[in-house]
Design a binder for this molecule. Structure first.
Ligand code: F6R
Length: 241
């Protein structure tokens, strides 16, 4: 694992943005794995700016998001579908058909998971996966205890994750209890990964990820085994190392 230490959230976002721009230049039809949440918002703003100033185009890009809630509609502002459109896709030239998210409203969620895996396989896997880090070590919505061998699947969300995400919902009761997420093994198949970590509240999780045991009780610890992971972390996030 390589670690890039940056000053703050802004610098983390700009550094991550450079990774995407480099991948765009290096690959004809790049496939990006994307995350939602607070962490990548600055990265997406930076990418939009690069598109507006004509430094990059996303016309040949394909994206696959890590996860989506089950049972909320796509126009619900809390759906990851809505988030991705508002925070990125609506502002760049990616063809709609190239931007993939799991469908949390599929009639058959199990086949949706399989179908999602197939779509990723068909494009030859993710070239560069963007990850955020959950306080309990989750990546995607793979909560502690998820087998490292897991593929895209339906999960019951941890109470702690629902509480952490409740800030986006009217109340905790409105936070969905289930989601579809790419599995840990699916994430590990990405050719390269950048993990973005910002803020003091993530410091203990980052220390555990980097120095702790590789255990299913702390899903992100598996990243120690990936051959091409770059962690971009700010000073506060690195304060427990
Ligand atoms: C979101 C995702 C999650 C988040 C994590 C951190 O698609 O996969 O694993 O990356 O919960 O969330 P934030 O960035 O809001 O702290």
């Amino acid at each position: 694992m390589e670690i890039i230490k940056v000053k703050d959230y802004q610098e983390m976002s700009e550094r991550a943005c450079e990774f995407i721009v480099e991948q765009l230049a290096a690959t004809d039809q790049p496939v990006f794995g994307l995350a939602t949440g607070s962490t990548p918002e600055g990265l997406y703003e930076c990418l939009i700016n690069k598109y507006k100033t004509k430094e990059v185009s996303f016309a040949d890009v394909k994206t696959f998001n890590l996860d989506e809630y089950v049972g909320i509609s796509q126009d619900d502002p809390n759906s990851y579908y809505y988030y991705m459109n508002k925070k990125l896709f609506d502002h760049i030239d990616i063809p709609t058909a190239n931007a993939h998210l799991p469908n949390g409203n599929a009639a058959d969620l199990e086949s949706e998971c399989k179908e999602y895996e197939n779509r990723i396989k068909q494009v030859g896997n993710v070239d560069l996966q963007v990850l955020g880090l959950g306080l309990n070590g989750h990546i995607g919505f793979n909560e502690p205890g998820t087998p490292f061998s897991s593929r895209t699947h339906v999960v019951e969300l941890d109470e702690s994750t629902r509480k952490a995400n409740a800030r986006f919902f009217p109340s905790l009761d409105d936070v969905p209890t289930k989601a579809i997420t790419m599995g840990i093994d699916s994430i590990m198949e990405s050719k390269a990964i950048i993990l973005l970590v910002s803020g003091k509240k993530k410091a203990d999780a980052l220390a555990k990820l980097m120095n702790g045991a590789i255990t299913e009780e702390f899903p992100a610890s598996i990243l120690q085994k990936h051959e091409n992971v770059t962690i971009i972390a700010d000073e506060e996030a690195m304060s427990s190392l």
